[in-house]
Every structure is written in C-alpha cells, then in structure tokens.
Design a binder for this molecule. Structure first.
Ligand code: PLP
Length: 254
C-alpha cells in the first residue's frame, strides 16, 4: 500500500494513518511494551508471541526427549529448505531457491566465491562505496583469497558505467541502511545482465520490510538477515537465494 504524504505532517494525520493501517493489528502478535514505538527492526526484530512456546517445545520435547531422532522426526534436517520456502514467499522466490543457513556474512562469502569461480573470464566483483561495511569487507576478502580476482568499488552514481566485461557479479544491498533509498532491482539487474554480469542482492534491509520480487527482477543471487525484519531472534541464521537457473552451475566453496 502506498500512502500520499502531504507536505504538512501533524499528529492528526499520523493518527489517521495509524487508524487506517491494515497491518496495525499485527502489533498484537509481538511482545512489545505498551506505548513503546519500536523502530529498530533493522538491528534486532521484536519477539513474536509465538516464539517462546515454540522454543520451549523444541528444547524440552524435540531435543530433550527426541534426542538424535529429532533430526528426522522433528524435521531438523529439512529445516533449511522448509523455512527457506516460507521466506521465499516474502521475497518473490520459488520453492527450492532459498536456504536458511549460516550468517549473512558467510552466505555472502559463499555466493561471491561461487559466482567468481563460475565466471572464470571475469575477475571482478563490483559494488558501491555506499554499501553496508560488511558487504565491502567480504568481497575484499574473497578477492584477496582467489588468484587474479579483484574487488572494484565505485560511487553509486558511477555504478552502471563501471559494469564492463570484467565484472562477474554486481553485489548491492537493496535498501541503503543510512538513507532508506531503494535500488530499482529490476532496472539494475537488467543493466548487469546486459553487461554479462550476475547480480547478488543483500536483502537485510528489505526482506520482511518492503515488497521484494526476485523472480520479477530476474535476480540471480541474494542473501538476507534472519534477526532483523524477519524477527528470528539474536543468533538466528541468515538465508541465501540461488535462482533455479544457476543452481547446477554454482559450487559451494565450503
Ligand atoms: C546486518 C547486516 C549484515 C550482518 O551480517 P552478519 O553476518 O549477521 O553480521 C550484513 N549485511 C547487511 C547489509 C546487513 O544489514
């Protein structure tokens, strides 16, 4: 839903928008003190009311009683794909394209390494200076580890021009964590594809917060964070997306 915000924002307008908000009732599904306005889902999502009893069941029954049998009986082994398929619905992915596993940083490492190895004639990972610091450190580290590869970072305004025949993968965070600016995923992905590059989208600030449609954008690869807008709790695993078309071509480096 898009709401036109008039020039003058006053309390009455805010109260009217709140009253008309079709998602307002969702607040009841979370443990939030009365009167608290929590705007830090970008850092740690709030606790869903359903979580504590589910965790208690897992610890007391699945682990405590089920022990080793729970790998299969409680579907622990299948959970990376089972939970991945739930997240897939939020980000426009198809069943079997999303895995819940590891951390955002490790998932970035795995996908960037796999993408570079799948494009041996193209030595470069491209990103923008405005990216989240982690998302600059990881490609820098990957490029240093792999023979003959390089990490190229440019200002956002120079990004499209920097897409040349050397670029294997363009790695960007969908929403700018400082400004809230949203990349046009479809247009940027199309530009990368015209240059022969893959795209890797970090959805840490968009999955669970805004509409994301990876299939529509034709995105190749993505990662997302479990403990921010997806409310998985501190230490929750992240997720990674590999489009069905690429799954036979990429190899997990670890
Ligand atoms: C939160 C966040 C990360 C954090 O990754 P961790 O591996 O959980 O530390 C990485 N990238 C972006 C864009 C983030 O917002």
């Amino acid at each position: 839903m898009r709401v036109a915000i008039p020039d003058a924002v006053d309390r009455a307008l805010c109260e009217r928008l709140d009253a008309d908000d079709p998602l307002a009732a969702m607040r009841e599904r979370f443990v939030l003190d009365d009167g608290l306005i929590y705007l830090d889902g970008n850092s740690l999502g709030a606790l869903p009311r359903a979580t504590a009893p589910r965790i208690a069941h897992l610890v007391e029954h699945e682990w405590g009683r089920g022990l080793i049998r729970s790998w299969l009986d409680a579907e622990w082994m299948a959970s990376p794909l089972r939970v991945g398929d739930k997240i897939a619905r939020l980000i426009g992915a198809r069943p079997g394209e999303v895995l819940v596993t590891d951390t955002t940083s490790v998932d970035l490492f795995k996908l960037l390494t796999a993408a570079l190895r799948a494009r041996p004639g193209r030595p470069v990972v491209l990103s923008e200076d405005e990216n989240f610091p982690t998302d600059l450190y990881i490609p820098e580290g990957v490029a240093a580890l792999l023979e003959g590869r390089a990490f190229r970072r440019v200002a956002r305004s120079a990004l499209i021009d920097a897409l040349d025949g050397d670029v294997a993968v363009l790695a960007l965070t969908h929403v700018d964590y400082r400004t809230g600016e949203v990349h046009d995923m479809e247009a940027v992905t199309a530009a990368a594809h015209r240059a022969g590059a893959l795209t890797l989208w970090d959805l840490s600030h968009s999955a669970g917060a805004i509409a994301v449609d990876l299939a529509r954008a034709g995105a190749d690869l993505a990662v997302g964070c479990g403990y921010k807008y997806l409310n998985g709790g501190p230490g929750a695993p992240a997720c990674l997306f590999v489009s069905a078309a690429l799954q036979n071509e990429l190899r997990n480096p670890i």
